[in-house]
Design a protein. Sequence first.
Length: 305
Amino acid sequence: METVGGLRLAQLFNDRQADLLGEWVAQQHAIAARRGVSEAQLRTQFMQFVGLTCAALSSSDRINVQSSTWDEVRGFLAEVSTQRARQGFSPVETAMFVFSLKQPLFMRLRSELAAEPVVLADLTWSISTLLDALGLHTTEVYQTSREQVIVRQQQELLELSTPVVQLWNGVLALPLIGTLDSARTQVVMESLLQKIVETGAAIAIIDITGVPTVDTLVAQHLLKTVAAARLMGADCIISGIRPQIAQTIVHLGVNLSNVITKATLADAFIIALQRSGQSVTDSISARSDGPFTNGPLRGSQFGGD
């Protein structure tokens, strides 16, 4: 981008820095205050931005914000944009970090170069083009940062929505709620396999009571999870098979003959205990030295008559 001179623009920034700072901070504070950014932080950011911009402008009369000369300016704006994306600023509010300089700069140019219309026009175009390019850069970085935040939040939600619970010694439960798609299946499988490794569990109950519908894709995802668990040495029981889901599975022709299925989590838990040679009754009875026994409760045990 040809200009009347990067040095001329740099001089303009330096000579009018105090005035520009006051007006820029006033505009930015109205935007940033409600996001928790203090005036002192804004002043520091402005001084850094102007300092880096002046250094880049002084290096060449040809201004190309994509060149290596502007690496530090782009890097600083990328840092500001990423920070503002995390703080909840909108794309427009983020771009205004740069665009807020336009009005005070143009006012200074108009008052100082009123007698030089050609120079005024050239400088106005140069500054406008420069700030537009830098403002667009902040928007691009902001969008990328927001997409990364959204992806990370989605991953965290997937992990939170697929908790693997140890119900008993050697028995795990994986309650599923909501739609089961390919991305979530991967998280489900990884969580379950990791828990099997950690606990050495031999049986895992996959409860689909909270899954609204079961189609061919969902059934395939379930079978893949069961197969992966078996490779790790754990058998799976699928619970939560409601009448409607049972009919759907039959109509779809999905083969679950090699998988134990139960209507409720409680039924599946009983089967899991039986297969592992355990029972809740036996475990309670074994605690003969406790205040509870298998016989009738006596009032004297609780201070009664």
